[in-house]
Ligand binder design. Structure first.
Ligand SMILES: Cc1ncc(COP(=O)(O)O)c(C=O)c1O
Length: 477
């Protein structure tokens, strides 16, 4: 077996860094996301297990030709889908160093522990969250929400659920989120055994925020029915429109009702740093727990979510279990006592490096710029008569429709899907649809410091070209 010696590793590593640097340099003019050709796809997924080893330089050739060439596309400045950011270059190196060290960042006296503490301190600072709160880096927003709501379930069962299970509860726990709350909240209440039938989906108001009158009515009705309202899972930036629920009012309500106030800030939490959002996050610092996603609006390479719980002791009581073989090096609690994972990756390093590289100032500018990009897109849409803006939320998401004159309403949903599919197949830009008020809309989200105004023109020109082609084809059929 040929284990690489340090010199061979160095040569291979230089080549790998060159490949990544080329990839970054090509982002401005290169394709966004191309379909994977069938032969390459089969070569990747149907390859039998290799019986003998291969030359690592040949493997890097394969990475270059078969993998780097067919990305998901989010590093590109013309990727507007979902909430997937372009990665910070120094964060890419952070993952490389983390892999080189390959520690378990579970805890103990090692650099990874102190780096994670520092990075968590900075994340709490960014969010204006009290420093006594406990943070934990996890795989992403879904896991962060799950971690926070597991603590909620522990606290709201007076600590009983851990030993007795959910069946020992006198009445079903009820959780409330808005109709635009993320699907991971439903996954979480299912996974925690609360049951999706006990998740109340509260309608939204005209700004797509949770309707607080309806929320109060739902809580009152559930109490009257003998159920146990335990938690409002509010959104600080919904995926669909970027709406921020009225956090301060929800904090008041939770306080009065003795309920847990959770915030899903996976997309929008770091929007608090933007110039344009002053006042919108009032009350965020009153939450019992908040889920944020550094791999979204801190542009940290995937994966990196973050769970923050105000009551550190409650978080520890929810998860801590230290078996006999893990008793050493315990001067301070381990991170693994605050979550589900025992062996944990060194995610904090890429966060620690990126925050130092850009500084708070740099992050403020980048996030502000993403919201300005959304404003720019909206201005451009207003000047094109074939488009209408459907939602123009406070953050960096815009929902819009292609509505050329003469196309009947019942064809419009299909038209949006077709122009998006055509645009994506062109590899000039990548974008997705969603549903707003029962209608299919095109949705553009900017969490990308590389996007320029010219990229927005490419997007709109391509969608328009797609629209004309789709309509011509329909007319000639
Ligand atoms: C508001 C919101 N919450 C939760 C999530 C889930 O986060 P992740 O995909 O990192 O698990 C997302 C993902 O887009 C999101 O936008």
């Amino acid at each position: 077996m040929d284990i690489l010696n340090p010199e061979q590793f160095r040569a291979l590593g230089y080549r790998a860094i060159d490949m990544i640097a080329e990839q970054l340099a090509d982002l401005t003019d290169g394709p966004t996301r191309r379909p994977v050709p069938l032969d390459i796809r089969h070569g990747l997924e149907d390859q039998p297990i290799p019986q003998t080893g291969a030359d690592p330089f040949d493997l890097l050739d394969r990475v270059q030709n078969e993998i780097l060439a067919y990305p998901m596309g989010n590093p590109s400045p013309r990727f507007f889908a979902w909430v997937n950011s372009t990665p910070t270059p120094i964060g890419i190196l952070g993952d490389l160093f983390a892999a080189a060290m390959s520690p378990s960042a579970a805890g103990g006296d090692q650099a990874a522990t102190y780096v994670e503490r520092a990075a968590l301190t900075w994340v709490k600072d960014m969010l204006g969250f009290p420093q006594e709160a406990q943070g934990l880096f996890v795989s992403g927003g879904s896991k962060a929400n799950l971690t926070c709501l597991a603590v909620m379930r522990h606290v709201m069962s007076d600590g009983k659920v851990r030993h007795e299970g959910m069946m020992a509860q006198d009445a079903p726990m009820i959780v409330y989120t808005s109709a635009h709350g993320h699907s991971c909240i439903e996954k979480t209440v299912s996974a925690l055994g609360i049951g999706s039938q006990n998740l109340r989906i509260i309608p939204v108001d005209s700004q797509y925020r949770m309707d607080l009158t309806k929320l109060r009515e739902a809580i009152a009705a559930d109490r009257a029915a003998g159920l146990h309202p335990v938690c409002v899972a509010a959104s600080a930036g919904t995926t669909n429109t970027g709406a921020i629920d009225q956090l301060d009012e929800i904090a008041d309500l939770c306080e009065a009702e003795k309920m847990w106030f959770h915030i899903d800030g996976a997309y929008g939490g770091f929007g608090i740093l933007a110039e344009q959002t002053e006042g919108l996050y009032k009350g965020m610092n009153r939450a019992d727990s908040i889920a944020v996603d550094p791999h979204k609006w801190l542009y940290i390479p995937v994966e990196c979510g973050c769970a923050i719980v105000r009551h550190a002791d409650a978080m520890r009581a929810t998860f801590s279990l230290v078996p006999a073989y893990l008793q050493e090096d315990r001067a301070e609690p381990w991170f693994s006592e605050y979550g589900l994972q025992q062996t944990r990756g060194f995610r904090a390093l890429k966060v620690w490096l990126s925050i130092q590289h850009y500084g708070l100032d740099g992050y403020r500018k980048m996030i502000t710029q993403d919201i300005n990009t959304a404003y720019d897109l909206r201005r451009k849409l207003f000047t094109r008569s074939d488009f209408e803006v459907v939602t123009a939320g406070p953050l960096s998401v815009t929902c819009f429709r292609y509505v050329p004159a003469g196309v009947p309403e019942d064809m419009l949903d299909d038209l949006q899907r077709q122009i998006v599919a055509w645009t994506n197949a062109s590899a000039r830009a990548f974008i997705t649809t969603t549903m707003i008020d029962g209608k299919v809309v095109v949705r553009a989200c900017h969490v990308n410091f590389r996007t320029t105004s010219a990229d927005l023109d490419v997007l709109l020109d391509t969608l328009t070209e797609a629209g004309q082609l789709v309509l011509e084809t329909a007319r000639s059929a």
